[in-house]
Each structure stands twice: as C-alpha cells, then as structure tokens.
Design a protein around this ligand. Structure first.
Ligand code: FES
Length: 94
C-alpha cells in the first residue's frame, strides 16, 4: 500500500491506492490544515518532497490556486490530491 510521510512531524501512514489525501487526513487527525476543501483558498498548499509522480497531474484550476499561495516549485493542493503511491509532503512556504 502507498505510504504518506509527513516530513515535518515524521508521521507515516499506509493508505489504499486511490485514497483522497483530504479525506484520509480529516479521518485520521493528520498534521495538515485545510480550509475550503474545494481547491480555491490555498490553505492546504504543500510540497511533495518525494513521489510527485504518485499523485494525479495538476489541473489548470489547481495551478492557479497554488500560484496565489506560494512561489515554491512543484507545490500542490492537498485537498485535490489522490494518492497512488508513496509520497513525502511538507507545508509550502508562503
Ligand atoms: S483547502 Fe482550500 S484549496 Fe485546499
């Protein structure tokens, strides 16, 4: 099963392939903040330190919100991510 690693806390968890990162975090009290949950506020912006290829491709809408939130390359919205393989994430700098 894919493993999510939160590098800030060192927390790791195994999740089924195709898991919604948002739903998993909300159900498991994960160290991740969310706001709107629909991809428009940017609260959940994160950086995938490893395994970026293991989530779905970024959409134009997601890219717009990310660019309003951070300048960090490769940042994603946690609320939009589907986990298909191992990923390591950390909060994006704003
Ligand atoms: S929680 Fe608002 S963009 Fe993800």
């Amino acid at each position: 099963m894919p493993k999510i690693t939160f590098s800030k806390t060192g927390t790791t968890a195994e999740v089924p392939v195709g898991t919604s990162y948002l739903e998993w975090c909300q159900e498991n009290d994960a160290p991740q903040d969310f706001g709107c949950t629909v991809g428009s506020c940017g609260t959940c912006t994160l950086v995938i330190e490893a395994g970026a290829e293991n989530v779905q491709a970024v959409t134009d809408e997601e890219k717009e919100t990310v660019e309003m939130s951070t300048d960090e390359a490769g940042a994603r919205l946690g609320c939009q991510m589907i986990v298909n393989g191992d990923i390591t994430v950390r909060p994006a700098s704003t």
